[in-house]
Design a protein around this ligand. Structure first.
Ligand code: CO
Ligand code: ZN
Length: 353
């Protein structure tokens, strides 16, 4: 695994609508292999033409989609004491926000801050106060500035992201926003690894997934692919206290071939295609049925009268926390399977009788 690249991608910052830093990394990585363009929403389309002639007619269009945005916040209010209030972007569990440090990205550069909770320390809490439910609105940001200075430095709409660096633990890698930078990583490495292919590849680093699959929907509409593959993380709930029936996937058990989530039922013939390729190439894999959540493929599937769509998933523990954690073998398996699919995509017949 190219640990350096995964580290770079996960330590970069970009909330929905402000994915500029990630775009630069993708451009740097793929500019030698792809023709790169950016659409009006900020989706980065990395085009790699078929290396072999299609058997008949024009080469088919294969779209890959991995989202660049991470869940985060934007500043919505600055009070006279210099404390900031936040608009969440994406699905935060307020319990997972406790005691975190954040970075406020201002026009003149990043500022350190911390997420304060509107509560008194343990020593002074009455039982009623201790049991009060915590919501995302219970938090504010302390940047250590008085009101006037804060209002000069910070502007409404400035993005706020979690301050967390990359770390390896044995074969596990952990950081903020493996969702979905580990998939951006997978897409980049698979496009590089695919040898010959007779489909045209549109590898799209999408924007604004976490607020409703928005970038995938517009770029998918413009590209009008014959087949669309999203790459995203899925839940690996294989931790203490969670019954096995709710594990969804397990870390270290391979890349996950998605059957469904709440945004799409993956095209059964693509599911079968991925399954066969994994078996043929002896790539460790597991099947995934996710009762909740969605991916870019859910947006693309419903365009243009329907596009055969599928999601390849990377099992991840502690999703939507600062400690999103993946297994390096699963990441490698995902890169490999996606590369083999790019090479074999032209053999896919996803039509119904
Ligand atoms: Co997410
Ligand atoms: Zn995601």
């Amino acid at each position: 695994m190219n640990v350096k690249l995964l580290q770079k991608l996960t330590e970069a910052h970009g909330v929905p609508g402000q994915e500029d830093a990630i775009r630069e990394i993708v451009r740097e990585e793929l500019k030698k292999v792809c023709d790169i363009s950016v659409d009006s929403m900020g989706n980065m389309i990395c085009f790699k033409a078929a290396t072999e002639k299609a058997k008949k007619g024009e080469p088919k269009k294969l779209m890959l989609a991995a989202h660049m945005d991470e869940i985060g916040f934007m500043v919505k209010f600055i009070d006279d004491k210099g404390f900031l209030r936040l608009q969440p972007l994406g699905g935060w569990d307020p319990r997972q926000m406790a005691s975190q440090r954040v970075i406020v990205h201002t026009k003149s550069g990043p500022i350190n801050g911390l997420l304060g909770l509107q509560t008194k320390p343990k020593h002074m809490l009455t039982p009623e106060e201790a049991n009060k439910p915590v919501t995302t609105d219970s938090y504010f940001v302390d940047i250590g500035m008085d009101g006037d200075t804060a209002k000069k430095k910070v502007r409404l709409g400035d993005m706020v992201t979690m301050d967390r660096t990359f770390q390896q633990m044995g074969k596990l890698c952990t950081c903020k926003c493996m969702d979905d930078r580990v998939s951006v990583y997978t897409m980049i490495e698979a496009v590089k690894a695919a040898k010959t292919h007779s489909v045209d590849v549109y590898a799209v680093a999408t924007v604004q997934e976490e607020v409703g699959l928005r970038g995938a929907t517009t770029s998918g509409w413009a590209i009008k692919p014959d087949v669309a593959i999203a790459i995203d993380i899925t839940l690996a709930n294989d931790i203490p206290g969670i019954p096995e029936t709710d594990h969804v996937t397990k870390l270290g058990e391979g890349t996950a071939i998605k059957i469904m989530d709440s945004s799409l039922i993956c095209h059964p013939k693509i599911v079968e295609h991925f399954r066969e390729l994994a078996e043929k190439n002896k790539i460790k894999h597991q099947m995934e049925v996710l009762p909740f959540g969605g991916t870019d493929a859910g947006g693309i599937q419903r365009l243009h009268g329907g596009i055969p769509s599928f999601t390849l998933s990377i099992p991840t523990r502690y999703v939507h926390t600062v400690n999103e954690t993946v297994h390096s073998d699963d990441v490698d398996a995902s890169v490999k399977l996606l590369a083999r699919y790019i090479e074999d995509a032209h053999n896919g017949d996803y039509s119904y009788k």
